[in-house]
Write a protein of this length. Structure first.
Length: 575
């Protein structure tokens, strides 16, 4: 309720309470006063009736009837036993049917005090009466007067009070509303100014003309100016801080004293797997690994955590945590997964290259030392030289593959797309392996449907992809087996499959099949001259065209390497 409403309601409530008190007081006091006057009058009338009763009891009924008609009162004569001997309202023959009156309240009072009165509804005449009983020599003389006149007087008084109350209420409202509005207007405007300040809008400060309210307006104006200055400074600092935090590559998470997250930048949400608008749980429920929960407990208890490495959802994270002075904590999470992966790849690469080079170098050095230190016969010398030449060529192939892989990964090579007939290219590649396949008893096949759409890709890259895949398939396909190249068009992609009936690959090796130097059977691969880089080169060449490589295999049944290269947009198709 508004201030005006409260003030007017209060004034009306006070007036109503006053009117009710006055009305009740007037009713009670006036009724009591009138009834007291009636009791006094009835007592005098009772004494007169007592004096007027004749000695002959047979004449009492006629006398009482006559006096009742003159005075308008109900007169009853009761003997000491309570029997009604005369009644002004009844005929003489009806007296015997009236019940004994000794138990009436006014008669009991008169029996004890000489005079008694009572106010009630008469069962004999059926209307409210004021009874007064007087103890006398004949027993009791009781007179009764109707209270209709009292009720009429009281009703007139109540109507007068009600009318006066209505007039007072109207006058009170006429005065209260303008007075309340005069006080409420500046307060209402001041309230609107406060709400405008809270909403960040420009307030309007009123002039009340009341010194106390004007002082309040002045204080509010000064507060608004100071708040504007401080808020502007806070907004500037907050914007700077938010920009810095959002620009950080590290994830930043800040919490309050209860562990509820109040700030989480985009890097933290991305690292923890939450969208931009997705609510985040409390810090204690944010992490599942035990070391991470121990770090959270430590920082929320006031301890600092420095450079703790954690694994979160498969990512390696370097975490630093500090408690905040006002409670809560701030966590800085740096994803070092790529760094650790690069370190691992670097170590593996150095170890693999060293191992791949050490084996042929050891062989070359051993045979060369033999040739230098001894003088073997011509056939032995030729055999040693062939071994040295074979290992040198193996090292050459390894260096060439490393250079190709480095050039592709560094972006030094970019595909030059042309229209490539997959069937013709596959036939050319298989022709280069024809002698090797016949020697190994392996059948080579091409299954490309006639009229198939051409593949838009770099021709040399396609040849190298197929060459590496066929070379790898022949290496693991035994005599009597089959290696086939198939191609089809599927939902806007050109799919090329190289299928063999070799020994197959265990399922646990499939996810790492396209890694550098990864071999399912290392000894066999090296024995057959493999460098361990062929499938890695295939993967990078396919990805350079926007495609993907997958592998399926069943032990003892063979392997399928599947390449999917998307068709280019019409404007990118070479003429």
């Amino acid at each position: 309720m508004s201030f005006v409403g409260r003030l007017v309601t209060g004034m009306v409530a006070v007036l109503l309470a006053t009117v009710l008190v006055l009305g009740w007081s007037a009713d009670a006091l006036l009724r009591d006063r009138l009834e007291a006057d009636i009791r006094s009058s009835l007592e005098r009338d009772a004494r007169l009736v007592e004096q007027a009763l004749p000695p002959d009891t047979a004449l009492w009924q006629a006398t009482v009837h006559r006096l009742g008609g003159i005075t308008g009162l109900r007169i009853t004569v009761i003997d000491p036993t309570g029997r009604v001997r005369a009644e002004s309202e009844l005929a003489g023959d009806s007296l015997n049917r009236i019940e004994n009156h000794l138990g009436r309240p006014e008669v009991q009072q008169a029996l004890q005090n000489g005079v008694g009165s009572d106010r009630r509804l008469s069962r004999t005449v059926g209307r409210p009466l004021m009874y007064l009983a007087l103890r006398s020599s004949v027993g009791f003389v009781r007179v009764a007067a109707g209270l209709e006149q009292v009720d009429a007087v009281v009703s007139r008084a109540q109507r007068a009070v009600l009318l006066a109350s209505i007039v007072a209420l109207v006058l009170g409202l006429a005065v209260a509303v303008p007075v309340a509005r005069s006080f409420a207007r500046p307060l209402t405007e001041l309230s609107a100014s406060a709400r405008a300040i809270a909403a960040g809008e420009l307030p309007r400060f009123p002039h009340a003309g009341v010194p106390d309210i004007d002082d309040l307006v002045s204080a509010l104006r000064e507060m608004h100016e100071e708040l504007d200055r401080r808020f502007a400074e806070l907004r500037r600092e907050q914007a700077e801080s938010a920009t810095l935090v959002e620009a950080m590559i590290e994830g930043v998470v800040a919490t309050d004293a209860r562990g509820r997250i109040v700030t989480a930048n985009a890097a933290a949400r991305r690292l923890l797997g939450y969208g931009g608008d997705q609510p985040m749980p409390d810090l204690r429920q944010l992490f599942h690994p035990k070391p991470a929960r121990a770090m959270v407990d430590a920082v929320l208890s006031g301890q600092s955590v420095v450079d703790q490495e954690l694994e979160i959802d498969g990512s390696m994270v370097l975490a630093n945590a500090r408690p905040l002075p006002a409670g809560g904590a701030v966590l800085v999470l740096h994803d070092v997964s790529d760094l650790r992966r690069l370190e691992t790849m670097r170590r593996d690469f150095v170890a693999n290259v060293s191992h791949e080079l050490k084996t042929p170098l050891t062989s070359i050095a051993g045979y060369a030392e033999t040739l230098v230190g001894e003088t073997p016969d011509a056939p032995t010398t030729r055999r040693f030289l062939e071994v040295i030449l074979g290992n040198a060529r193996r090292m050459h192939r390894l260096v060439d593959d490393l250079l190709d892989l480095s050039r592709i990964e560094s972006g030094g090579w970019l595909p030059a797309p042309e229209s490539v007939d997959v069937g013709d290219t596959a036939a050319e590649v298989l022709e280069t392996f024809a002698d090797r396949a016949r020697a190994g008893g392996v059948t080579l096949q091409v299954a490309v449907p006639p009229g198939a759409p051409p593949l838009v890709a770099d021709p040399q890259a396609v040849r190298q992809i197929l060459t590496n895949l066929i070379d790898n398939a022949l290496r693991y396909t035994p005599s009597g087996g089959r290696v086939a190249i198939a191609s089809r068009h599927d939902h806007g992609d050109t799919v090329i499959e190289v299928r063999d009936t070799g020994s197959g690959i265990p399922a646990e090796h499939l996810p790492r099949l396209f890694e550098r130097f990864y071999r399912v059977d290392a000894s066999r691969s090296r024995a057959e001259g493999g460098t361990g880089l062929g499938l890695a080169i295939v993967k990078h060449l396919v990805e350079a065209h926007g495609g993907i490589c997958t592998a399926e295999s069943t032990l003892g049944q063979g392997t399928v390497i599947r390449i999917r290269i998307p068709d280019p947009a019409p404007e990118d198709i070479p003429a």
